[in-house]
Design a protein around this ligand. Structure first.
Ligand code: FES
Length: 130
């Protein structure tokens, strides 16, 4: 009988340890999914075809090219100046980096493309998500 009690206790202790270990692994090793926040909401009709809307305070440009709508972060990837949007691309006034309308580097010193934000169509509006 004593042998059975010890065996049962060992089994329960092992089971509790396994569950606690599984919980700890799940708690600390799985990434947390954060809901995205809306940075901007823009009426679809405001965004011209093959054009851009620039929000300098938010340092974001909402761009349309054909059917594709995307948002670029206007923070230069070199040292963080605000990039200007021109009809042909994006130009940083601080050290002259140039980017194409997709945000890819055309000319340094910046060596990384501009960050993109997710854009979600929501009825008659676009929502730029961060
Ligand atoms: S901060 Fe833009 S090129 Fe230097």
């Amino acid at each position: 009988m004593a042998q059975t009690d010890r065996s049962r206790r060992s089994f329960l202790a092992a089971l509790i340890s396994l569950l606690a270990g599984g919980w700890l692994v799940g708690r600390f090793l799985t990434p947390k999914l954060r809901p995205k926040n809306t940075l901007l909401t823009v009426a679809k009709a405001e965004l011209p075809p093959d054009g851009a809307l620039v929000y300098r305070e938010a340092r974001v440009a909402l761009m349309r090219r054909g059917d594709s709508v995307y948002a670029l972060d206007l923070v230069c990837t070199h040292l963080g100046c605000t990039v200007n949007v021109t009809p042909t691309g994006l130009v940083c006034p601080c050290h002259g980096s140039r980017f194409d309308r997709e945000g890819k580097v055309l000319e340094g010193p910046a060596d990384r493309p501009l960050k993109r934000y997710a854009v979600e169509a929501d009825g008659d509006r676009y929502r730029v998500l961060v």
